[in-house]
Design a protein around this ligand. Sequence first.
Ligand code: SF4
Length: 355
Amino acid sequence: MKKQYIIPIFVPHLGCPNDCTFCNQKKISGELRNITENDVRDTIEFYLDNFKEKDAYKEVAFYGGSFTGIDPELQERLLKTVYDYIKEKKINGIRVSTRPDYIDKKTLKRLKKYKVKTIELGVQSTNNYILARCKRGHTYEDVVKASKLIKKYRFTLGHQMMIGLPESTENDDIKTAKDLIKLKPKIVRIYPVLVIKGTELENEYNKGEYEPLTINQAVERCKEICYLFGKKKIKVIRIGLQSTEQISSPNKETSEVVAGPYHETFRQLVESSIYYDTIIEKIKTINTKVKEIEIIVNPQDVNNVVGYKRENINKLKENYDVDVIIKQDIKRPVGKIDIVVSKMYKDFLDDKEKV
Ligand code: SF4
């Protein structure tokens, strides 16, 4: 499979008329200037120069705001700049992220003209009460309408959802995932809510009106949701906000995060927890007590199987008295592990007797 590279281009939230309670766009929009064609060109050139595999699949991604909400004339200019690279076969495609209520036929025709391939919708929740509670300014019906239209125009559909929004229970978050599955996205992103400085949510948090999820709650909820998407072969391409200077531990001076389930390797926590469950399931299918297992993994999966700070290995030892041997196999597909029981407790006792 060809390697895939993303060239991220940050579109400031300029002009976003919305006021989502968890977003600090008002604060940052004052500090950011509008993006120009030159910015786009410079970013693309920089990335193209630095990519190692020149024949990889390369996609330009307009992230950060609601792309189709910015001035249509500016959209055209930015898209055309990337399109010139597509015509020269230096770039393979474009992806944009936007809001469900900023999608209509005219917009989709514009995106199609410039070879946009993927549209990611910021859904956040499919519960209209929760959407209104967060002042999202759109409804679940907008999500359904936009998703269907995007598929009709043959774009790749992506959804972004949040967990732990104000008044959103575990059932509500699971229901959002189930509703999204019905709309058949190809890819999804899951973001646990973090309380960011300067937001309405921060006020709610300070007044005790909002309680963020703990890391454990967020991991468990994400895990359930990943299982649901996984069963339907929907790819979860991100779990948790990307760590930056601003999105970092609330204890750091530069951090804009006030509270919430921030963890520098949040995705790893979720994936490790999924692997832990898989291993336990395997152990429980065997009638005799297991003493040692071998786990055969692709080198890329080693960290997730071992867990953050070896958590999985330690828990297996503490809770089940099982030793783990990790064997790396480059030929094993990423994400697929094989678990072999290499020693039963009976063998272990026999060995001891021989000594
Ligand atoms: S989350 Fe998106 S739509 Fe909501 S205020 Fe921020 S930029 Fe606007």
